[in-house]
Design a protein around this ligand. Structure first.
Ligand code: SF4
Ligand code: SF4
Length: 162
């Protein structure tokens, strides 16, 4: 390499360094868009689509609007959801009339370890009782721990907020 080529390489190197430092400098003075997790967390992540969640009811905000139809369970391609309920048979005072049967929801079991977040359960729920959570900081070491009872989770949330 002759002297002219060496000077040209040195100038190229300095130019590249200046461009890099320019980018670093620009980001250095811009407001931060990230946080140093786990020392800091972001509290309100409305655009984040986390695991499936049973939503607060629109008619009764102290309960879910779920009608236990099982559509979410049948539409889930990964078999993540199980709707649990018990049948309550009410005695009818008029013996010739049929006994009245009602259903009481006892749980909505959700196995997050198989969920692909495809949204089929949410789109097909006839009463819009499901949504994606913004539960961003949930992590476990063991996949056995990522099964949730969505009904129990909703009730716990509602009891904390009341
Ligand atoms: S988002 Fe998709 S995979 Fe996950 S529970 Fe709903 S239907 Fe199943
Ligand atoms: S589809 Fe909706 S209403 Fe039906 S069981 Fe699932 S959450 Fe409940």
């Amino acid at each position: 390499m002759n002297l002219f080529e060496e000077i040209r390489e040195a100038v190229k190197g300095l130019y590249s360094l200046a461009v890099g430092m320019g980018v670093t400098g620009r980001y250095f003075v811009k407001p931060e868009v990230t946080v140093h997790y786990p020392r800091k967390t972001v509290d309100n992540i409305q655009t984040y689509s986390g695991h499936v969640e049973l939503l607060q009811g629109k008619k009764n905000p102290l309960e879910s609007d779920c009608i236990m139809c099982g559509t979410c369970e049948r539409n889930c391609p990964s078999g993540c959801l199980t709707v649990k309920y018990e049948e309550i048979v009410e005695e009818n005072p008029e013996p010739e009339k049929k006994k009245k049967k009602t259903k009481k929801m006892t749980g909505l079991i959700y196995d997050y370890s198989y969920c692909s977040l495809c949204g089929q359960c949410i789109e097909n729920c006839p009463v819009d009782a499901l949504g994606f959570s913004n539960h961003v900081y949930w992590a476990e070491f063991d996949r056995c721990n990522i099964t949730l009872d969505l009904l129990a989770r909703l009730r716990e949330k509602l009891s904390k907020s009341s």
